[in-house]
Design a protein around this ligand. Structure first.
Ligand SMILES: Cc1cc2nc3c(=O)[nH]c(=O)nc-3n(C[C@H](O)[C@H](O)[C@H](O)COP(=O)(O)OP(=O)(O)OC[C@H]3O[C@@H](n4cnc5c(N)ncnc54)[C@H](O)[C@@H]3O)c2cc1C
Length: 432
């Protein structure tokens, strides 16, 4: 008999959701985390979309460690000296069941893992899984960095995050293309609560999420600025290969963003309390590995399930959705006594019929479109240039027509009308 029915590697959102669902189904579950506690080493931008928790942890919002509920969401298009912002706010996101919330990963991940423990999972921290036990092709357990650290299980679920070496060890990732990855860098800046409320026009526990385009110079990417209770998180997401070629370090690029005239007043006086960086699997569906092998499942960033599609940067909800599906599938397979790849095939079906793979498949072209030279370099200049022309009053000249302004900006930014139209159609098809 195996030591456990299910071993989950990594107590991030995917791992804790997997352990929670498998334990609830009556499995003997071991959740292994290399950090001293779940979330200790984890970073991200800062907003969790919690509705995926509605079925896992009813009324989760009453106990989740939230900084601010996002009630205001802005998209900012920047050039070096201009900024155009689309700003949306709604009171409905400020009450149950809420929409998004800022939360710190050490708090959130530890809370989610505690739910898995309460359901009966055994959490082992400060332990790194260094390899897999195999019987032929079949995965039968894990090797850890502890003395006598081998543990056997009927199913191993790899939730070890981006660049999963466990998925690679099983041969599920045929190749790793650096252009599928971005680097995320972030600073947390402490600011008094009342300063945040005044600058960002939010009150109480409400907060703002700003996503930015056109703020990464010659490297494709994007930016973000999120409000926490008494700090803001500001960061950049940068294409890895171009970043390596560019010669300017990520923290220098972040420093430039912080000096932008539209951003500097928002963060003035903020004291840096934390700097962190992490790789993001950017290419979504097009880079996903096989998800299932004999005795083995992959979930979350380990399976590239992060959705980085311009106006959306969501990974935690996808990780929880996939982890929960993996935990349920593993439990069902153990009960049936068939944990081969065929016995675990229901995992793919579960994901296909949920938002996890449905969104990724639908938006499979989005990362490519968002990271294209046109979207990154030309579109922000055209949009901001148009705004400047529309709002500049040059009396005694009469106001130019909108089409004239559009043509002049397209020409000025060397953007062919055919090129613009074909990208526009492709984007419309992707986001329809
Ligand atoms: C800069 C940046 C900004 C982001 N912004 C957002 C955002 O605002 N909202 C959002 O929803 N998503 C965001 N994401 C994406 C999100 O962080 C990920 O999609 C999500 O964390 C994936 O969860 P996971 O559980 O799959 O992996 P992870 O969160 O990476 O967790 C993996 C866990 O496995 C552990 N582990 C790894 N290897 C081993 C091993 N060998 N043995 C034991 N333990 C191991 C790690 O310590 C970690 O706890 C962002 C990501 C970045 C980098």
């Amino acid at each position: 008999m195996s030591d456990f029915d299910v071993i989950v590697v990594g107590a991030g959102p995917a791992g804790s959701a997997a352990a929670l669902e498998a334990a609830r189904a009556g499995m003997r579950v071991c959740l292994i985390e290399r950090g001293p506690f779940p979330g200790a080493k984890n970073m991200y931008g800062g907003v969790v979309y919690g509705r995926i928790l509605d079925t896992l942890i009813p009324n989760w919002w009453e106990e989740a460690p939230i900084q601010r509920w996002i009630t205001r969401r802005s998209t900012m298009v920047l050039t070096d000296s201009q900024a155009l912002t689309i700003d949306f706010r709604t009171e409905s996101w400020g009450k149950p069941p809420y929409n998004g919330a800022t939360t710190f990963r050490p708090d959130f991940d530890a809370w989610l893992a505690s739910n898995a423990e309460e359901a009966g999972a055994t959490l082992i921290c400060s332990t790194t899984v260094t390899g897999l036990l195999r019987d032929g092709q079949r995965v039968t357990g894990v090797v850890t960095d502890r003395p006598d650290g081998e543990l056997t299980a009927d199913v191993v679920i790899a939730c070890d995050g981006v660049n999963s070496f466990l998925a690679k060890e099983v041969g599920l990732y045929p190749h790793t293309d650096p252009s599928n990855f971005t680097l995320g860098v972030k600073e947390t800046l402490a600011l008094p609560r009342e300063v945040i409320e005044e600058r960002f026009a939010v009150r109480g526990d409400h907060g703002l999420d700003i996503e930015m385009l056109g703020c990464t110079g010659d490297v494709p990417g994007g930016g973000f600025l999120y409000t926490n209770a008494e700090s803001v998180s500001i960061g950049l997401v940068l294409s890895l290969p171009q970043l390596a070629k560019g010669g300017i370090r990520p923290e220098q690029r972040l420093a430039r963003l912080k000096e932008h005239p539209a951003i500097a007043p928002l963060i003035e006086g903020g004291e840096v309390t934390e700097y962190s960086a992490h790789v993001i699997p950017e290419a979504g569906y097009n880079m996903m590995p096989e998800l299932i092998s004999d005795g083995f499942l992959v979930a979350g960033d380990a399976a590239a399930m992060c959705l980085a599609a311009g106006i959306w940067l969501e990974g935690v909800n996808f990780a929880i959705g996939a982890g929960a599906a993996a935990g349920r599938t593993a439990a069902g397979a153990v009960v049936r006594g068939d944990t081969t790849a065929d016995g675990l095939a229901g995992y793919r079906t579960r994901l296909e019929t949920s938002f996890v793979l449905a969104d990724h498949r639908k938006l499979r072209d989005a990362p490519h479109i968002v990271m294209s030279d046109l979207a990154q370099q030309k579109v922000p200049k055209v949009i901001c240039g148009m705004a400047e022309q529309v709002f500049t009053v040059v009396n005694p000249d009469p106001k130019p027509g909108m089409f004239k302004i559009l043509w002049s900006e397209l020409r000025r930014n060397k953007m062919g009308i055919r090129d613009a139209a074909s990208h526009g159609i492709r984007a419309a098809r992707t986001f329809r």
